[in-house]
Design a protein around this ligand. Structure first.
Ligand code: GLC
Length: 542
């Protein structure tokens, strides 16, 4: 019944392999000064919660000085904290307090583009002869007098904006307020490496690098080819394949340069944000694994929520990993619809079990552990610039405030929250759910605790279970194993009950079920797997 073994045995795993990452979107985690926007002190105040939950590292989305055109993904100073979020002293406190609780801190690094207000860009746009002109990407108009080529912005419209001061166009893969830096320029690389060192010297444990596959563009700025499969409901950028605007081979050299900076500081992690198909994603581990430690794997977000599709994805991803490449998985982030909204309340529990039992580093998105779903945001309260440019693509519903207690604004702020809370915030909050043995929060905590206690789950190998065709269409089964321990995971993606045969190995114990009341149950010969149920099984006596 068992398929081939996949993956490498590791005798010693480093923290970012065995551990779990938790993403905080700082605007929405905890406000302490009543302005309706979260801050660094708020994160510090909630570190006990993160330790209680059982995660190992916290990745914080950007809090650098910024005019907030893209809520901090437009950086005006790579080495300063925006006053909205606090001060450097607040940051030092945060990192000290995190480390005291054995929590690692991962920063979001945004090197592809700066804010239009960054002094580098101000200097660059001043004249064609400016000393920093070449720090950004300037081009003359195309032959028709319009933009230099057909590249589009990820947030709608052209990716080139003409600057009247010099008559040239600058390139921006995102908003016009986010000009792309020229990573072919060694001075840019050196300045960015200095920014990395600034934070490493303050004790950070690693970086999640924003749109890392974008850093290098085609040297000849060739037009992107048309995408014949474009559909009108897609964002405009999909009219073209991004063949020349990103994922260029030279980017691996840039990433190796960043890795080299981190290497001087010991066990630091480099996570790269990369939206690419599996075969391209793997290239980002780099030659001889000198690339990103964890090229972010968004496949669970992009794959249809069916047992057979997810099983095929996991097998394909595992098989594609380069020797020594460590996997990673994630269900959501600040750019993607919430997992609870996508799969529904019954399946979100199966999703949690999947995320925390697959082989590889899981990243949890804040609020998923309380089952936050799509929180509707009225058009007049819309914040996300992408949604304003391209209606239907706004990311506000997945960025709403964390809900802590049954109190005004769920304890997030004493002011007016920048985005609304969910309608059921009086029940859907940490305080209410933490003592409820049936809550999704309790399930997440138990899963995290099991993952810590069982090396089979945290660093063990993975193998697929071959199930009968009917069963495999709706149930995904696999094993995790390390040393003498083998655990079996069965996940029912359907709303019907399945009987899963368990012939070999004798009796099993249910270590954890997504359904209340089954933990500790002994099963032999076969298991009745309930609708929308997931279980982790351990062989009795081994
Ligand atoms: C990344 C971020 C996203 C941001 C974009 C531009 O995709 O995750 O939030 O808008 O980069 O920086």
């Amino acid at each position: 019944m068992s398929g081939p073994v996949s993956g490498t045995n590791r005798s010693e795993a480093v923290w970012w392999q065995s551990g779990t990452v938790y993403q905080v979107y700082p605007r929405s985690f905890q406000d302490t000064d009543g302005d309706g926007v979260g801050d660094l002190r708020g994160i510090t105040a909630r570190l006990d919660y993160l330790a209680w939950l059982g995660v190992d590292a916290v990745w914080i989305s950007p809090f650098y000085r910024s005019p907030m055109a893209d809520f901090g993904y437009d950086v005006a100073d790579y080495c300063a904290i925006d006053p909205l979020f606090g001060t450097l002293a607040d940051f030092d406190t945060l990192i000290g307090e995190a480390h005291r609780r054995r929590l690692k801190v991962i920063l979001d690094f945004v090197p592809n583009h700066s804010s239009i207000e960054h002094p580098w860009f101000v200097e660059s746009r001043a004249s064609r002869a400016a000393r920093k002109r070449d720090w950004y990407i300037w081009r003359d108009a195309g032959p028709d007098g319009g933009p230099p080529n057909n590249w589009l912005s990820n947030f709608g419209g052209p990716a080139w904006t003409r600057d009247p001061a010099t008559g040239q166009y600058y390139y921006h893969a995102f908003l016009p307020e986010q000009p792309d830096l020229n990573w072919r320029n060694p001075e840019v690389r050196a300045a960015m490496h200095d920014a990395l060192r600034f934070w490493l010297d303050r004790g950070v444990d690693g970086f999640r690098v924003d749109v890392i596959w974008h850093l290098i563009k085609d040297e000849g700025f060739r037009d992107n080819p048309h995408n014949p499969d474009f559909e009108p409901h897609q964002a405009g950028i999909n009219r073209f394949h991004q063949t020349y605007s990103c994922d260029r081979p030279e980017v691996l050299d840039v990433i190796a340069g960043m890795r080299a900076v981190l290497r001087d500081y010991g066990e630091r992690v480099l996570i790269g944000e990369i939206y690419l198909p599996i075969e391209r994603l793997m290239a980002y581990y780099g030659p001889e694994l000198g690339g990103a430690d964890l090229p972010f794997n968004f496949q669970l977000i992009q794959t249809p929520w069916r047992a057979d599709a997810v099983a095929a994805l996991v097998a394909e991803y595992e098989a594609a990993l380069p020797e020594g490449g460590w996997p990673n998985w994630v269900l959501g982030n600040h750019d993607q619809p919430r997992i609870a909204a996508r799969v529904g309340e019954a399946q979100e529990r199966v999703a949690a079990m999947l995320l925390l039992t697959l082989r590889g580093t899981p990243t949890l998105y804040y609020g998923d552990e309380i089952g936050l779903g799509h929180v509707p945001v009225l058009p007049e309260r819309a914040q996300d610039p992408w949604g304003r440019n391209e209606p239907g693509h706004g990311r506000d519903p997945e960025r709403t405030p964390m809900q802590w207690e049954d109190a005004p604004n769920a304890g997030f702020t004493t002011g007016t929250p920048w985005l609304p809370l969910s309608a059921d915030a009086d029940r859907r909050n940490v305080e209410t759910m933490r003592d409820d043995s049936r809550s999704i929060l309790t399930l997440y905590r138990r899963l995290l605790s099991l993952r810590r206690d069982h090396p089979a789950l945290s660093i063990g190998n993975w193998r697929n279970l071959t199930l009968d065709t009917d069963l495999a269409a709706e149930v995904f089964g696999f094993e995790r194993f390390a040393g003498d321990e083998t655990l079996r995971i069965l996940l029912n993606f359907s709303t019907r009950e399945w009987r899963v045969p368990l012939h070999e190995r004798g009796a099993w114990t249910i270590l954890l079920s997504t359904h209340a009341g089954r933990t500790g149950e002994r099963v032999e010969g076969g298991l009745a797997l309930g609708p929308d149920e997931g279980v982790i099984l351990s062989p009795v006596g081994g």
